[in-house]
Design a protein around this ligand. Structure first.
Ligand code: TA6
Length: 309
């Protein structure tokens, strides 16, 4: 089973607007509320691909209830630790020029008892999981070592941990040597302390992290695909040119596809093709963190995996 950690989920509110003008009253054309947070998107992709998944983290208040109901409707199994403070909301504004502006709330406070409750739940979930995925930010007062600690627990139980986060959470998390990380260029510079001028720099710096023990390092380059280092082997992944409607959530979809490929025991080439097809398929949908399985199956054959060494 794949367990997805979404410690800081959100009700994502997507507004359709004509334009954003600072200091003016703006009337929305439409608003759509969905269950969001990067982990929930990952879990949705895994579920659509038909693999066993459970999503966990913290939920509270009426926003938390909304997410629970939505997950049920989506057919995604969930087990959250309930907290007294309400789950956050994240707002995204899509204007006529197809430009998306996002406001991400910080998330609720979690008290010590609630945190202990989650750790107990996590310990149980580890037993039945083969892969654990952690995505996104964490609630306000949770330690920035949280992912590091959760990785240590997973590793000592022989489970693979895929970590998709940023900033100090990523910096601290890699000390526990997760199976996969997915930094962007700036994060890669932050992790290695070297600046990046070109793809060769990216490839060299991914190697540094790989030599520290991280099996898979993925650097996404948006519509240009990605560069990957898996167990010291380097790959350039080229994705098909498509008409992108909403690329938000493509990184989450990539991670969901990767987890499924890993769970199925695919070769790294096949895992990367599936993950990249999921990322591309997500960009072709208006809904964030959503894919159509048949489209993914078509796109897989159009992904090019080039081995670089
Ligand atoms: O920006 C896309 C998104 O996936 C939103 O759906 C929103 O929930 C947010 O990211 C959460 O990101 P964070 O890193 O704050 O956990």
């Amino acid at each position: 089973m794949i367990t997805v950690l979404n410690l800081n989920p959100s009700v994502d509110k997507r507004y359709e607007l004509e334009n954003i003008v600072k200091g003016k009253v703006i009337r929305a054309k439409s608003v759509e509320n969905t269950a969001g947070g990067k982990g929930i998107h990952v879990a949705n992709i895994v579920n659509i691909l038909g693999e066993n998944v459970i999503v966990t983290g913290f939920l509270g208040g009426t926003t938390g209830d909304f997410i629970k109901i939505k997950l049920k409707e989506m057919g995604i199994r969930s087990k959250f630790t309930m907290i007294s403070k309400p789950t956050r909301e994240c707002l995204s504004f899509m204007t006529r020029d197809l430009c998306q502006t996002e406001i991400l709330e910080p998330g609720p406070e979690v008290n010590d008892i609630e945190l202990c409750g989650f750790v107990k739940l996590y310990d149980k979930l580890i037993e039945t999981s083969s892969i654990i995925v952690a995505s996104g930010s964490i609630p306000k007062n949770v330690s920035e070592n949280v992912y590091k600690d959760l990785i240590v627990k997973a590793q000592s139980n022989g489970k693979k941990f895929l970590l998709d986060t940023s900033g100090n959470l990523l910096r601290n998390g890699i000390e526990a040597i997760p199976f996969l990380i997915k930094p962007n260029k700036e994060e890669l510079e932050m992790l290695t302390g070297h600046s990046i001028l070109n793809d060769i720099d990216i490839i060299n710096q991914m190697d540094i992290l790989n030599k520290r023990g991280i099996k898979c390092v993925v650097v996404s380059m948006g519509s240009e695909g990605s560069l990957v280092n898996f167990e010291g082997n380097k790959y350039r992944v080229q994705i098909p040119k498509v008409e992108a409607i909403n690329p938000v959530g493509s990184g989450d979809s990539f991670v969901g596809g990767f987890a499924v490929g890993l769970e199925k025991g695919y070769t790294i080439e096949k895992i990367l093709a599936l993950a990249s097809a999921c990322g591309t398929a997500n960009a072709m949908e208006s809904e964030t963190g959503f894919i159509k399985k048949d489209l993914v199956m078509k796109l897989i054959n159009q992904v090019k995996i080039i081995k670089l060494n």
